[in-house]
Write a protein that binds this ligand. Structure first.
Ligand SMILES: Cc1cc2nc3c(=O)[nH]c(=O)nc-3n(C[C@H](O)[C@H](O)[C@H](O)COP(=O)(O)O)c2cc1C
Length: 234
């Protein structure tokens, strides 16, 4: 019997035992009708809902001194590089007033709000400086936000007890902007709220992409397993 099986294998390099067949379907046709595993198909256009990393951020642009400052909400951003220099990517839609401001000034502030600000942060992301009713005032007034002078850029920091941090940035690279609205930013100065450090009182919130948010939860300390990456654990 064993010899017969071996012979069959030699005859056909693609031999797959019946037991394995459900994991290795022999043709696409066979693969289509039913899942061969426990996963369901998921629309590629919605995968951002699975991996949008968050946290939700505020982006301030314009000039505090000239009173042209604005603020918007973003969920699409990523860390690109730790150092030499540190780099962060943010994706802004060209329809946003903030996009034009960033293009003109090439600097901004990324503020990290804590969960207490979630509702107001969502409201900030649901109106524009270009809206008729905001022409005379600003989102800062409408939402009672505090604009503070930054150290190295003209755009303001976002003040208040529920802001975790502010990161002053300059545009390092705009090559991906025409195609993806992706701005590569270099942080030039950063500020942390000592009472709201992440994991020590400050809880960030993360957009799942469809108006649903998750809040920072339990902290898992696996530093002792990060043997290859000790330089990033201070
Ligand atoms: C939770 C949330 C996340 C958002 N993420 C982004 C984003 O990553 N990029 C973007 O361009 N707009 C994003 N928006 C939409 C902008 O905040 C929105 O277009 C805003 O009106 C822009 O303001 P402005 O026109 O004054 O610049 C988001 C909005 C919300 C509520």
């Amino acid at each position: 019997m064993a010899q017969k099986r071996k012979a069959a294998r030699n005859e056909n390099d693609n031999f797959i035992s019946p037991a394995k067949r459900r994991f290795y379907p022999s043709s696409n046709k066979e693969r289509e009708p039913a899942n061969q595993h426990a996963f369901d198909p998921y629309p590629p256009a919605k995968v951002y809902r699975l991996i949008e990393p968050g946290p939700v951020l505020l982006v301030t642009t314009g000039s505090l001194v000239k009173r042209t400052h604005n603020v918007m909400t973003i969920g699409f951003h990523m860390v690109i590089q730790h150092e030499s220099p540190p780099l962060i990517g943010i994706s802004l839609g060209p329809w946003d007033a903030s996009f034009a401001a960033l293009k003109k000034q090439r600097e901004c502030v990324l503020a990290v709000p804590s969960v207490e600000m979630a509702e107001v942060v969502v409201d900030i992301g649901n109106c524009s400086k270009d809206d008729e009713e905001l022409k005379e005032s600003s989102k800062w007034e409408r939402f009672g936000l505090e604009a503070l002078p930054a150290g190295k850029v003209k755009a303001p920091l976002v003040g208040g007890e529920h802001v975790i941090a502010n990161v002053e940035c300059v545009v390092e690279d705009a090559k991906l902007v025409p195609k993806y609205g992706m701005w590569v930013l270099k942080p030039v100065k950063a500020w942390i709220n000592p009472k709201k450090k992440p994991g020590e009182g400050g809880k960030m919130f993360h957009h799942r992409g469809d108006g649903i948010f998750v809040i920072d939860g339990e902290v898992l300390d696996l530093k002792n397993r990060m043997v290859k990456w000790q330089e990033f654990q201070d």
